[in-house]
Design a protein around this ligand. Sequence first.
Ligand code: NAG
Ligand code: NAG
Ligand code: NAG
Length: 637
Amino acid sequence: MWTICLLFVPLVAASSNTRLLNGILNHVDKEASPCENYYNHACGEYNIRHINDSFFDIIQMLDHQVNQNLVKLMDELERSSQSPLFTASSVDGKVLRYYLSCRGAPRNMGDLGQYLKLVSPGEGLTWPQFIMNGSSWPQKEFKWLDTLAHLHRYGLTNVFFKLDVVPNPRNASEYLVELDVPTFVDESQLPNSFIEILSIFYIMKVPSSDIISLARKIRKLELSVKAIINPNDILNAYINIRDLERESGHNWQRFFEILIGASASPELQVLARKFGYFSVLKELIDKQDARVVATYIMIRFARFLFDEFTNTRESMDCVSHVRRNLNLAASMLYKERFFEPSAFSASFVEINNMFEELRRQFLLKVDQNHLDLTAWQKNFVVRKAEKVEINVGNLPKTNDLRNFVSQYYQDLKFPTGQLDFHQEHLGVLQFRTQKMLAQIQESALRGGGYFHILEPSSAIASTSYYMLRPNVIIVPLGLLQEPFFQPDSDEVFKYSLMGYILGHHLISAFDTEGITIDTDGNDQQFRSQRFEEGVTCLSRNGKNIDESMGDIAGLELAYSAYSKKAKNRNRLDFTHLPPEQIFFLNAAQFFCGNSDMLNQYEEYEVRLQRAVDGFEPFDKAFGCSRIKPQHERCRLW
Ligand SMILES: *[C@@H]1O[C@H](CO)[C@@H](O)[C@H](O)[C@H]1NC(C)=O
Ligand SMILES: *[C@@H]1O[C@H](CO)[C@@H](O)[C@H](O)[C@H]1NC(C)=O
Ligand SMILES: *[C@@H]1O[C@H](CO)[C@@H](O)[C@H](O)[C@H]1NC(C)=O
């Protein structure tokens, strides 16, 4: 027995190492020199290898695998729902119901109109385009802020202003509502959005004689909103809604009552960023034709639903929809089904151990004090770094996950009758908003106990990220798969990919924004000449300063952590390639993408190059001699 086990373990490990190595080498273009353009070398064959695939890069590939697994899970749930033991009101029952209503609902683009019939601009009102022939639209009864409140209940935001629930920057142990100016798509996309408006009108069957002029008015309205945003206005007002109402002239009390669906205290605190905007906004909108304002809001809502919408009933699209809108439930079911508790703990421990090593390397650097920090500043950085925690799966910290999740979804009720996708979809959207708003009453979660309500677009992606004020790194379950992370593989693979990403996020805790936030998540002053010099250096080499900081310094952390681990080893038993080359090739996997599908790869190419440029261990690994490096390496820590 023992002999067999002992033999068996190294065999498994060896095969996963070989598999991972082959996967990496498959993407390498040996003809391209690693010293010139590293992306071309490390990722040169990516397109050819993935010519038949629907995904664009490694993260999308992992998501694809997650979705395939979820389809399997849904099929199993559907079978088990035949059993008398299955309860429709359980989390499993709710997820299955939502999935099946997505699968079963016949729908097409015209359904956008269906949604707009279900969601009116207010009590007893219809959208101007749905008015019966012969009757006129009751312009006087339309109150744009009330209408926005109704639509915010479904998660619409960024129309005339943005609303979010965030940790209070002055006291991050509580949440508050943040109001901010809207953001707009790039100038370069404007013609697109004009066409978009026209297509939405077309779908809504607005008579074609009107649409060009209406679309023009809508564009004009949007541009004038954009024009009243003063980029120099930096006044952030912490204000209760009574005073906000008095100062800005809008009926905010009513707005929040409609949004919350209950009475709102006039003492409710909000943070209004660029405060001056909100008064100017009122003047602007009061001057507009109400019909144009209503139509603009309708178009934006239709556009929002369009992103929410799956045009097909394919199983892959519907599981993605489930992830998007019932994310916590989907994560729990995924974890229960695809991770043995012992395997999950093993990965968890492994990731945390790796992170401890990265943190140690970071603290060593801080101790060397290249930045000339004062004792106070050093202490600040050390304390914050020590408090960074990792949440694997964006799951709450609890001994009984299933019970927690059941409680969480307790108030989400689906009708028992026929499946009705539109109704259920809108119900799920409302549920999410209410959960988001409910946080105002609760104290903020922090560190390891933190999990958060994901934006729909992040909920469907296995991208890891660092949350600034809670000071926590979220590692989605989707990353715990090959080729991204295989717990029994060699350290060289683990440190170069998962380790690199964790190092990147640790550095993010101290990027240009992170450095202004303290261990408890509150705003903080931090001035360091050397740090600013580092930032200036990064800005000379291009945009995305914060990302670059993580790419560059994160790679250094991952490399020194790995070197420390593999100190006494200069060769690997599964290949003749030097471990350092494998390290840098695997790190590049994160950046490889299919350039036939998306031009975002250019940005990845630049990021990868900047991460390795002038990095001595890299040059040594590939025998590059750069007498005059094209780009200087910016040093931060
Ligand atoms: C892509 O599909 C074609 C046709 O099925 C097949 O011949 C080819 O080998 C595939 N390429 C890869 C890299 O899988
Ligand atoms: C309004 O009239 C147009 C033609 O004049 C017709 O096509 C349309 O169906 C009518 N709409 C309603 C709601 O009666
Ligand atoms: C921060 O918020 C918490 C929770 O609302 C509260 O108990 C605490 O007193 C606040 N701290 C400060 C300094 O205001």
